[in-house]
Write a protein that binds this ligand. Structure first.
Ligand code: ZN
Length: 574
């Protein structure tokens, strides 16, 4: 179904007749800045699920209701927009992404798709070396989790050396947890063997007895060792927000961000302004850790960087890795046998349960919402135990701590999410058969198919949030393929018939709730955004089709026609 959804815009002072026939009537003190009529408004507000019109003044909704009811808000300078019945809904909230990594990837890095073959990667590196004659480092990615399972290229380090000239090369994998480095990179990083790596980060040797160049759980180490300029951080953050707006996103949680990134967002907030509600989940030391977090440091950062539309009351803790070929997610039962891990390998916890509990109790008491990276069912259990302790010691703080990924949940733990007011932060958007899922299935075996028990968790009363995790594991922060797959559990790009645990599919209404109001709660912004409700910030999107009436397989093709943030148009499709 294709419909003309181009809006008709009239300024009432100049209109005579036509699509916008309302005469200017409202006195100046009542008149809205913008009135939208003839829209199919999906409000995501239970008190008033549907409407056809809304009025905005000073960035907020002052009216949501019928076309007739909106007339009173039309004054001499009101912008009046007739949407020709197009669907209007609250902006999407992405509760887990890495906007600066995504921005630097698109703006400054040597990029190739997850599907890249050795030939593709060699060509990309050669070209980047030529294009950046003055660079010391060539950074880029992303190679597939199973790249070295699928391609026998000998020593990864030596292979890379052939194409990298005098450059140090650091590539990240699709999960953004592991890295591939050449000899020059290891030299500059001062890594000559395992003794030079922090605990929890590892690298095997190649046949020559030298490091093979594959750094397992490298994310935190490289984030500390390699940096961009302040201008690059700022450009990357600005790029990510612009991109987010183009996909209909008006709220996002920047996850695992360090001080360079905090400074970039604050600079944008104080200068050109942020066109999204941005929550900052500050990174804590990555990898193995034996000392408790120094909470006062995070309180100081929180206060230093808090800015308009930039909320710094969030923390990210990594508890484990990924359940792919790396086998670093902490599972209750062993992985399938592998050369590196042996037979009984269950994946390590980065920090011991007692320490996680101590941190969580202290962060909860200090008023932080904590997102814990839990990719395996063991890390999920340990985290739920820690939240339970926080509830017992601090009482119910109302803070909704999140379990990031949480794809594997032991049946015994399902009901605990609702009991503890803990949130499964489901990401990335790959709840369908895909190459990264193949890598997971190889590593965890048959139970790999029982990934993301979405419907079961909803039935158990859990409030799910969803995030893209971009640029990890997904090629884009476009939420619409993710929303489609949540409903079909099939590949949204090919519309194939193969599904991943189809019983766990949810309906469109539930999916919209997850992507809007639940996301707003994860940003601690549900009183300000997440639904089209009088008094809230006018953060909404206009779509090319009505999600409630199309075939779910068309959801991934959704085109955002316009995005508004705080009553201002921040994106328009052209
Ligand atoms: Zn992530």
């Amino acid at each position: 179904m294709i419909k003309n959804t181009l809006p008709t815009i009239c300024f009432t002072s100049t209109l005579i007749l036509g699509a916008c026939q309302q005469p200017p009537s409202a006195p100046a003190q009542v008149a809205a800045d913008t009135v939208i009529v003839n829209a199919t408004v999906v409000t995501m507000d239970q008190a008033q699920a549907q409407a056809s019109a809304l009025a905005i003044r000073d960035g907020r909704y002052v009216f949501v209701g019928s076309d007739e009811g909106a007339q009173v808000f039309v004054g001499a300078t009101t912008e009046l927009i007739d949407l020709n019945e197009a669907m209007l809904m609250p902006g999407i909230n992405d509760t887990h992404l890495h906007p600066v990594e995504g921005g630097t990837k698109e703006l400054f890095e040597c990029s190739f798709p997850f599907t890249a073959t050795p030939e593709d990667i060699a060509a990309a590196i050669r070209q980047c070396v030529v294009e950046q004659p003055d660079a010391t480092w060539i950074r880029g990615g992303q190679y597939a989790s199973d790249f070295f399972v699928d391609h026998d290229i000998g020593s990864p380090r030596q292979w890379l050396d052939q194409f990298s000239g005098d450059k140090a090369v650091a590539l990240v994998d699709d999960a953004y947890h592991n890295a591939w480095l050449n000899s020059k990179a290891l030299e500059l990083l001062g890594v000559d063997g395992p003794e030079d790596l922090p605990k929890g980060v590892s690298m095997a040797n190649d046949a020559s007895g030298r490091p093979d160049g594959i750094m397992v759980e490298a994310f935190g180490f490289l984030k500390d060792e390699l940096s961009w300029t302040p201008e690059q951080y700022r450009a990357a953050a600005a790029h990510a927000i612009k991109l987010a707006n183009s996909f209909g996103i008006t709220g996002l949680k920047a996850t695992a961000i360090g001080e360079n990134e905090l400074a970039a967002f604050k600079a944008i907030a104080e200068n050109e302004g942020l066109n999204a509600h941005v929550a900052a989940a500050m990174v804590t030391p990555y990898g193995h850790r034996e000392a408790a977090l120094e909470i006062s440091n995070y309180l100081a950062l929180r206060d230093q960087y808090q800015a308009n539309n930039f909320d710094t009351r969030f923390i990210k803790i990594f508890l484990d890795g990924v359940p792919t070929a790396a086998r670093t997610a902490a599972m209750l039962s062993p992985y399938t046998a592998s050369e590196a891990g042996g037979e009984r390998h269950r994946g390590p916890l980065h920090i011991e349960p007692e320490l996680l509990t101590k941190d969580l109790v202290a962060l909860d008491a200090a008023g932080f919402t904590v997102k814990i990276h839990t990719a395996g069912d063991r890390s999920v259990r340990v985290t739920l135990d820690a939240i339970e302790q926080a509830r017992q010691q601090n009482g119910r703080s109302g803070l909704r701590h999140e379990l990031a990924h949480a794809g594997y949940v032991d049946p015994a733990d399902l009901a605990r999410f609702a009991e503890l007011n803990a949130i499964p932060d489901f990401c990335p958007y790959i709840w369908f058969p895909s190459p990264i899922m193949d890598s997971v299935l190889t590593a965890v075996g048959e139970r790999g198919e029982f990934y993301w028990p979405t419907r079961t968790l909803l039935q158990a009363g859990a409030e799910i949030a969803a995030g893209s995790d971009w640029p990890a594991a997904v090629p884009s922060l476009n939420p619409w393929p993710g929303m489609e797959a949540l409903i079909t559990r099939a590949d949204p790009f090919t519309d194939g018939n193969e599904t991943l645990w189809a019983n766990e599919a949810v309906g469109i209404e539930e999916a919209l709730k997850i992507f809007t109001i639940n996301g707003a709660k994860a940003l601690r912004a549900e009183s300000r955004t997440g639904s089209v409700t009088v008094g809230k910030s006018a953060d909404f999107i206009v779509l090319n089709h009505n999600l409630l009436s199309i075939d779910p397989r068309q959801i991934s093709d959704t085109r955002v026609q316009m995005t508004y943030f705080a009553g201002q148009k921040v994106y328009e499709y052209r």
